[in-house]
Design a protein around this ligand. Structure first.
Ligand code: PMP
Length: 294
């Protein structure tokens, strides 16, 4: 088991200043914890530089706006705070987690007098989100009984804490049954995504990915689509029916934490994995890209 996140050395940027990691606390009575009144980001730095830092910051502000929070800093202040934090922690390759939450000022559901807090943490022990041996072998997924809700039911374009309970329950369902992750379908029964990553399928030179009309259009997803187009493959965004998943040769997940991770199976459908797959080529291209776009 990895080291607890509440007991580490280092620094956390919180509400405008750097404070020792262990002192970065918020009172237990706060709206963020009780009502999931929070938005966050997940970013990665490679060789000391955050990949797509501006895009992640834009999304953080957009997420906050969608759920009605005004962040009391500018985007440039947040970008600088992230860079300063990584430097202060002396990290080269790490994961970065900005979070914005409503605090303890207001404990009803009203947001009127609620205070807004912002913190940024970074850690370097998520070299891989999934265990390296699982990543190389490809992940085993099971279809979750929980569905991505309709766009008028949850703020799907916001990386908001609330809807993550669906992901947490799906992940728990999968892990309890001995799988690495869950495939989530949407409210219509179309293939949506993994619990913390988008999904792609490959069939010869055609690469398919669901239309992000009720789940996050991941920044990694967008990067991988550019890579796919540059490589001359045929990228098709479409609604994918669940009964189509056994028509593909390969499948993979994309996300900041997951990067590109091959899928070995979904339920009883098996996919090709290994170093003569298109997924493997894309993984190599992605690694070169994130380490070179500095
Ligand atoms: N979907 C969900 C539910 C996620 O948590 C993530 C990770 N943020 C993604 C997709 C992928 O997004 P990104 O590539 O921007 O990390």
């Amino acid at each position: 088991m990895s080291k607890s996140f509440s007991n580490r050395d280092g620094w956390i940027w919180m509400n405008g200043e750097f404070i020792p990691w262990k002192n970065a606390n918020s009172h237990i009575i706060n709206q963020g914890l009780h009502y999931a009144s929070a938005v966050f980001e997940g970013e990665r730095a490679y060789k000391g530089k955050i990949f797509k830092s501006k895009e992640h910051t834009d999304r953080l502000f957009k997420s906050a706006k969608i759920i009605g929070i005004k962040i009391p800093y500018t985007e440039s202040e947040i970008i600088k705070a992230k860079d300063d934090l990584i430097q202060k922690m002396d990290f080269k390759d790490c994961y970065v987690r900005p979070i914005v939450w409503r605090g303890s000022q207001q404990m009803g559901l009203s947001t009127k007098d609620a205070d807004v807090n912002v913190a940024i943490a970074a850690w370097d022990d998520w070299a891989t989100y999934f265990k390296i041996e699982d990543r190389l072998a490809g992940l085993k997924l099971i279809t979750s009984p929980w569905k991505r809700p309709a766009p008028d039911t949850a703020p799907y374009e916001a990386k908001a804490s609330g809807p993550y309970i669906i992901c947490t329950m799906s992940k728990q369902f999968a892990e309890e049954k001995g799988y690495n992750d869950a495939l989530m379908l949407d409210y219509r029964g179309y293939v949506a995504e993994g619990t913390g990553a988008n999904i792609f399928f490959i069939n010869e030179k055609n690469i398919y990915t669901p239309i992000p009309d009720c789940f996050l259009n991941g920044i990694t997803r967008q990067t991988v689509i550019e890579l796919i187009n540059e490589k001359g493959f045929n990228l098709i965004e479409k609604h994918i029916q669940f009964n189509e998943i056994n028509t593909f040769d390969e499948a993979f997940l994309t996300g900041t934490a997951a990067e590109i991770t091959p899928i070995r199976s979904i339920d009883t459908t098996e996919y090709n994995v290994g170093n003569n797959t298109i997924t493997f080529d894309l993984m190599n291209d992605f690694t070169s890209l994130v380490n070179s776009s500095l």
